[in-house]
Design a protein around this ligand. Structure first.
Ligand SMILES: *[C@@H]1O[C@H](CO)[C@@H](O)[C@H](O)[C@H]1NC(C)=O
Ligand SMILES: *[C@@H]1O[C@H](CO)[C@@H](O)[C@H](O)[C@H]1NC(C)=O
Ligand SMILES: *[C@@H]1O[C@H](CO)[C@@H](O)[C@H](O)[C@H]1NC(C)=O
Ligand SMILES: *[C@@H]1O[C@H](CO)[C@@H](O)[C@H](O)[C@H]1NC(C)=O
Ligand SMILES: *[C@@H]1O[C@H](CO)[C@@H](O)[C@H](O)[C@H]1NC(C)=O
Ligand SMILES: *[C@@H]1O[C@H](CO)[C@@H](O)[C@H](O)[C@H]1NC(C)=O
Ligand SMILES: *[C@@H]1O[C@H](CO)[C@@H](O)[C@H](O)[C@H]1NC(C)=O
Length: 407
């Protein structure tokens, strides 16, 4: 079933591309005239997908899996006649009446913000950081499905995945916000999902609220009166090696929250704990840092404490570490599901304004703001486990983005 066989390929291929180029022209001219359809999303920040609108269809171009997704309105003639399933084009009839999700590294919170949990019918594991999805699973509205059983997954109108390299069936659709390089670009992928359900109006309003709040918070951080910007390092320990993390979005968060990243020229280094010279260099850099975020993977985050950090650091005397003296050693695993599923990889993608607000509190503590994602290891702050009983709304009610007070 997971073939890349063209279905009715020659039949409607030319029709599709004829109408597609026609519509692109129309969309270009659409700024002055009425939009092609009532509710459209314009992609302003994200770099890795584009949306084009036709009269009765839409095309999403996804630069990560290299595919075009042809979405045909269910009342169109095209929808009943056309089906594409090739390496480069897939078609779906929209609005989707139901869908499933491979929850492996998949941010389900985007669906919650769109209010689409009622049509979510299958997930591949209960390792999700959404309390309301867990509640639907408990109540039987969502079933657990086998992530490699393509036959079983074919019962859903669409099956969303984040691993584009795995074997794919015709109803699989890739959703990869994590590949973008800034926090806002990642959040704008809500518009990608919305096209499958004609929820563009909702996606636009969520993204506008998130972006406005993010920009406001970032401006207020830039105006904070502090003599020097705090110097921040994201560090990670893996199999005897310490390193600095350098993903673009993390560096962007630091500058947007009013901090300064530890010197970019040293961030490529790897520091072997068995090599005294390496560790001497690593400790020297850390002595200049004000805030450390330790993102070391932990099988059991709750058991990762300050002493775990110090053991991994293998240092007798930590007195030169300002971030220990001043108690600013953090991890982003505060919100998590039982074992090691972190909301940092889910809710934080959809609502970057919450991460930014956390970091502003981390860099310029007021004591007045409770962080969502970050916990302070230096103060022995614990984790919060997410469970179905924490869902306090109907699953058909969309989750509202949290707007942080900002002047
Ligand atoms: C556009 O969205 C609004 C609000 O969701 C809805 O009331 C309206 O019917 C939609 N228009 C079209 C043409 O789909
Ligand atoms: C198209 O989808 C809408 C919304 O789900 C549904 O109400 C309608 O019955 C569908 N129309 C057809 C022709 O399937
Ligand atoms: C999903 O929707 C399709 C099309 O409406 C339908 O044929 C299928 O039975 C539905 N599947 C589930 C699991 O509800
Ligand atoms: C999942 O599906 C695959 C392929 O159909 C099968 O080999 C495997 O045994 C299934 N796993 C479970 C737990 O049912
Ligand atoms: C770290 O250094 C030790 C001692 O020099 C060496 O045996 C080990 O292979 C190094 N580890 C890595 C990952 O390079
Ligand atoms: C601790 O923080 C205070 C206030 O931000 C700063 O003046 C002091 O230098 C810091 N101490 C260390 C050891 O970094
Ligand atoms: C904490 O919040 C209170 C009430 O909102 C405010 O009056 C006070 O200035 C805040 N303190 C700091 C340090 O921001």
């Amino acid at each position: 079933m997971a073939s890349s066989k063209p279905l009715k390929w020659s039949y409607s291929f030319s029709v599709f591309f004829f109408s597609f180029s026609f519509v692109v022209l129309q969309v270009r001219g659409a700024a002055k005239t009425a939009p092609v359809v009532g509710n459209i999303s314009k992609v302003d920040d994200a770099q890795l997908f584009h949306i084009y609108y036709g009269q009765s269809f839409k095309v999403i171009k996804n630069s990560i899996d290299g595919k075009s997704y042809l979405l045909m309105q269910n009342n169109s003639r095209m929808a009943s006649r056309t089906k594409y399933c090739t390496g480069r084009i897939k078609s779906f009839v929209i609005p989707l009446s139901n869908y499933s999700v491979d929850t492996t590294n998949f941010p389900v919170s985007f669906f919650e913000l769109l209010g689409l949990l009622d049509s979510l019918k299958g997930i591949t594991s209960d390792e999700v950081t959404s309390q309301c999805i867990l509640k639907s699973l408990t109540s039987g509205n969502i079933q657990l499905v086998n992530r490699t059983d393509i036959q079983q997954l074919s019962q859903f109108s669409a099956h969303f995945i984040s691993n584009v390299d795995a074997e794919q069936a015709c109803n699989f659709a890739a959703f990869v916000p994590m590949d973008e390089s800034t926090p806002l670009q990642r959040a704008e992928w809500i518009k990608y999902l919305a096209t499958f359900t004609n929820s563009e109006a909702r996606a636009n309003s969520v993204y506008d609220a998130v972006k406005a709040n993010y920009i406001c918070l970032s401006k207020s951080a830039a105006n904070l009166k502090s003599r020097f910007k705090p110097v921040v390092a994201w560090v990670e320990y893996n199999q005897g090696i310490w390193s600095f993390a350098k993903e673009d979005y993390k560096l962007q968060y630091v500058t947007d929250a009013g901090g300064e990243n530890v010197d970019g020229t040293i961030t490529n280094n790897l520091y072997n704990v068995s090599d005294p010279e390496d560790m001497e260099n690593f400790h020297a850099i850390l002595c200049t840092v004000d805030v450390v975020i330790d993102q070391t993977y932990a099988l059991k985050p709750a058991e990762y404490t300050l002493s775990t950090f110090l053991e991994n650091m293998d240092i007798g005397d930590s007195s030169c570490f300002g971030f220990i003296t001043n108690q600013s050693l953090w991890r982003y695993d505060k919100r998590m599901r039982d074992s090691a599923t972190l909301d940092w990889f889910d809710g934080a993608l959809a609502q970057p304004q919450l991460v930014l607000a956390d970091l502003i509190e981390v860099f310029f503590p007021t004591g007045n703001y409770t962080t969502t994602y970050f916990r302070n290891l230096a103060k022995e702050e614990g984790v919060t486990g997410i469970g179905p009983d924490m869902c306090d709304k109907s699953t058909s009610t969309p989750m509202e983005p949290t707007v942080v007070p900002c002047k």
